[in-house]
Design a binder for this molecule. Sequence first.
Ligand code: NI
Length: 163
Amino acid sequence: MALLNIIKKGDDTLRKVCRPVDKITPRILTLLDDMRDTLIDSEGVGLAAPQVGILRRIALVIDTNDNDKMYELINPEIIEREGEQEEMEGCLSVPGEWAVTHRPMKVTVRAMDREGNTFTVSGEGLTARCFCHEIDHLDGKLFIDEAVHVLTKEEIAELFDEE
Ligand code: NI
């Protein structure tokens, strides 16, 4: 098991557009395994390769609506969007910041798995937000860029106070 360092906001790596994966190499498989370990250890619901300093189109998403099943997405693309939602979002690379984002309620993603097979997967609610958020990372975008509302320090204090 290998834990990777998660890059934080302010590092230019998070602002780069990632390159597609054209071939599944042993290096890509190791990256997937290490990203899995890192995501589980960090207790997040998604992780994109640029967050660990690798500019390739790879992301992991945990489906909390389906027994925390973890999807490995290589070259993911959103092929369908349905409905809308405005909910709170955070990011392992943007610790301490929270924002309300405008996202589709349901999305369908097409991606390649670690065997090189193309598959599609749909997610609703938090999982849909997560698919969008992680795929945005692959294009150098962060959730705070186009947020409906970035929470103030006071709002965050209140939020965690209530729990
Ligand atoms: Ni993120």
